[in-house]
Design a protein around this ligand. Structure first.
Ligand code: 6V0
Length: 328
């Protein structure tokens, strides 16, 4: 009996989404949560995985492929060589040391700068036109480092960080839970550093389109407690399970969908904010931005109350202390 179907590597893939390709560099807890989330959302026809731990990588790729009967066809490629990432539309970088229990994101700086120096030139060599989304922490600083390594020939906005997209999701979900509503009914932003000095923009929070506070009205102790929970939630999750991954996986696949489908959705991500709110330095931090195929395309000039502006100033000063050495 011959079926007439030859099993060759060339025809065993029917590449439905053909030309869309996303690479994830760093396939630990976060990288794999991003890959799994993108797989379930059919974000791209090809997902390439790069990690220096070859055995783990092969195991992860095999494990994902073996569920292929239950999701839309997506080609999974994996290698410790960057050639596998060739021609990507988006490269997501999570490679780096993760926070240990009780460790702040800023402590990771030295360890992760070296890793970024190794990764970015190789990513650009194989995907010179890709948007690059940095997820590794401390994400605002790592994004500035990546932009510096890439140099001025890379258009501003092409390298950006996942920033406070996750913090904003945490804020919205906590408010929704308090009001017993779907998270989608709550909109609003956390801006500034992804981390301890993040700024909840209470004046931007709307529930079903209705502002939670009048513009200029000061947040109460209850609002402050919700923001504290946002800031502490990563520490809490890391204390309890050793790492965070699912929420950042969903956040990153949301960002990936915006790039791959050029949606120009507005979301808070980390980008250079020089010129906004009196900021005169090349500080990378989060503001609501339109995100599309070329990365960050526009930064939204969000109205801020006086106290929000002064909190943002504090947050950017904290970041500039760490970032200024990068530009010298
Ligand atoms: P992990 O599970 O230790 O995975 C890191 C992976 O990176 C490992 O598989 C390593 O082998 C790999 N790696 C390290 N160096 C290189 C290199 N030079 N080239 C290729 N691969 C390399 O860490 P986890 O996945 O938990 O965290 C990854 C990063 O994401 C950390 O910096 C976290 O702090 C950060 N997070 C960022 C979040 C955000 O919202 N931006 C949220 C959660 C974690």
């Amino acid at each position: 009996y011959t079926s007439g179907i030859e099993l060759t590597p060339e025809n065993s893939f029917h590449d439905k989404l053909g030309h869309k390709k996303v690479t994830v560099v760093g396939c630990g807890q976060v990288g794999m949560a991003i890959a799994y989330s993108m797989l379930n959302q059919t974000t791209a026809g090809t997902i390439a995985l790069v990690d220096m731990n070859k055995d783990k990588l092969e195991g992860e790729a095999k494990d994902l492929e073996q569920g292929s009967a239950f999701h839309q066809h997506v080609r999974i490629l994996a290698s410790d060589e960057y050639s596998v990432s060739q021609g990507s539309h988006l490269v997501i970088v999570t490679a780096g040391a993760a926070q240990k229990p009780g460790e702040s994101r800023l402590n990771l700086l030295d360890r992760n700068v070296g890793i970024m120096k190794n990764i970015i030139p190789q990513v650009l060599a194989f995907s010179p036109n890709a948007a690059i989304c940095i997820v590794a922490n401390p994400v605002d600083i790592m994004t500035a480092v990546a932009a510096k390594i890439a140099g001025p020939s890379i258009a501003p906005g092409r390298i950006f960080g996942s920033g406070t997209c996750l913090d904003s999701s945490r804020l919205r979900s906590l408010i929704a839970k308090k009001l017993d509503l779907d998270t989608a009914a709550v909109t609003g932003y956390v801006i500034g550093e992804h981390g301890d000095s993040s700024v909840p923009v209470w004046s931007s929070v709307r529930v079903g389109g209705v502002p939670l506070l009048k513009f200029g009205q000061e947040p109460t102790a209850l609002h402050d407690a919700i923001h504290k929970e946002v800031v502490m939630s990563a520490y809490d999750v890391i204390q309890k399970k050793g790492y965070t991954n699912w929420a950042v996986g969903l956040t990153s696949s949301f960002i990936a969908n915006a790039v791959v489908d050029n949606t120009r959705h507005i979301m808070p991500v980390s980008t250079c904010v020089r010129g906004l709110y009196g900021i005169e330095e090349d500080i990378f931090t989060s503001m609501p931005c339109t995100v599309g195929s070329t990365g960050v395309q526009r930064v939204i000039n969000l109205p801020l109350t006086d106290s929000e502006q002064s909190k943002l100033k504090q947050s950017t000063l904290t970041l500039w202390e760490m970032q200024k050495g990068i530009w010298n």
